[in-house]
Each structure stands twice: as C-alpha cells, then as structure tokens.
Design a protein. Structure first.
Length: 87
C-alpha cells in the first residue's frame, strides 16, 4: 500500500501471497490502531479500498495518542516472514 496506494482486500492478498483470512485479520488490526484509512470502492460497492494514513492523521485531539508502531508479522506462502514498516 505504501507504493501502490489504495488496494482492496483481494488485491492485497494477491500481491502478498497471503490467505484472505490473514489479510482481513491484519487490516482489522491496522484499522484498530488507526494506521489505515478505509474508503468506498466505486467499481464494486461490495468492497472497500484500504490505504495508509499519514502519521499526522492518526492522532485525534479527544483521544490518547496512538503508539507509533504496531507489532504485526505474518508467515507467507513461502515461509518468509513479513513485517510492516513503521515510519
């Protein structure tokens, strides 16, 4: 997403070679930590697109600050370990 911009769950699964369930789990975790922005996908209303939020957009005034890193890692189809970059 850092290089491709907004992607659907299916596109993320295809590019990362991760199972769809793993992608859903990771997206939910990243949304909970406010690292992702979800938007409407006009080509197919049943889907959403996901993109990374800028660091300045993650902090809201009425809430406690979000930690600047999330410990999320995966094991892909080829037993490679994937870690999400932290800015």
């Amino acid at each position: 997403m850092e290089y491709s911009g907004y992607l659907t769950q299916k596109e993320i699964a295809e590019e990362s070679y991760l199972p769809p369930r793993t992608v859903r789990y990771a997206l939910n975790r990243l949304k909970d930590e406010r690292f992702l922005q979800e938007r409407f996908y006009f080509k197919d209303a049943r889907q959403s697109q996901y993109g990374l939020k800028h660091l300045s957009d993650r902090h809201e005034t009425n809430e406690m600050p979000v930690q600047d890193s999330v410990n999320v890692s995966f094991t892909g189809a080829f037993a490679e370990k994937y870690e999400l970059p932290v800015n």
